[in-house]
Design a protein around this ligand. Structure first.
Ligand code: ZN
Ligand code: FE
Length: 254
């Protein structure tokens, strides 16, 4: 049993606090800021044990040092970003494992958005914290890596079980849906999803987390090797990589 608290921060970031109920071990994922995290810990009478960082961007690590100072927590982050992320105590690389109480996490390196980006996957808790690699109906911009790395990283995530609940770094779902619909305007499932998302947002709710199985069907980036999708885009002769490049470029210009 576990609980996840979700804190909206900055303009569209999400910070997560995950608590293993049996042991009370607690971790904060990608603290963009410190004050909202410290206030919630105080309110819930929680002791923070760890910070998990997915990548070095400021909107994912901004709260690191202040939170560490106040809570004495240990910081876990990508080994490749030791020099760029302040305060890392436990450097992580591909296939490392880490237990938060009874929740077992496996670390995957998922370069593309940044070269050192990692995600935290738990098979037993059906959880994925993927930072800025996969978003609902979208994927991260390719800043440091190559499109080739990003497509490989998305394939790695796509290979995880459909039942996985994905906790990403940003609330980008609305604009991502508008982009997906610009490619495939008649898609009933996308139109339904748009309604669903608009209702959630209108009620002040979050569209994150999302189900990976549904995402595999709807996310244009995850369908770069889908023949029907390629046909609809008019790029039947493209490889999956070239299709990914094409969709990513279109999104960058959208
Ligand atoms: Zn980022
Ligand atoms: Fe971000």
């Amino acid at each position: 049993m576990f609980e996840i608290l979700q804190i909206p921060a900055l303009s569209d970031n999400y910070i997560y606090i995950i608590i293993d109920k049996k042991t009370n071990k607690t971790a904060c994922v990608d603290p963009a800021v410190s004050d909202a995290v410290l206030a919630l810990l105080e309110k819930k009478k929680l002791k923070l044990n760890y910070i998990f960082n997915t990548h070095h961007h400021h909107d994912h690590i901004g709260g690191n040092l202040e939170i560490k100072k106040k809570t004495n927590c240990k910081i876990l982050g990508p080994e490749k970003d030791l020099k760029r992320i302040p305060g890392i105590d436990i450097p992580l690389k591909n296939n490392d494992e880490f237990a938060l109480g009874n929740i077992n996490f496996k670390i995957f390196e998922v370069p593309g958005h940044t070269s050192g980006h990692i995600c935290f996957y738990s098979e037993n808790a059906k959880l994925l914290f993927c930072g800025d690699v996969l978003f609902s109906l979208g994927c991260g911009r390719v800043f440091e890596g190559t499109n080739n790395q990003m497509w490989s990283s998305l394939l790695k995530i796509r290979s995880l079980p459909d039942s996985t609940n994905v906790y990403c770094g940003h609330e980008y779902t609305k604009s991502n849906i508008l982009f997906a619909l610009s490619l495939d305007p008649e898609n009933k499932k996308l139109l339904n999803k748009k309604n669903e998302v608009e209702n959630l947002l209108r009620d002040g709710k979050f569209t994150i987390p999302f189900n990976l199985g549904k995402e595999k069907k709807l996310n244009p980036f995850l369908n770069s090797d889908n023949k029907n999708f390629q046909k609809m885009l008019g790029v039947s002769d493209y490889s999956s990589q070239r299709t990914f490049d094409y969709v990513r470029k279109k999104k960058d210009l959208f």
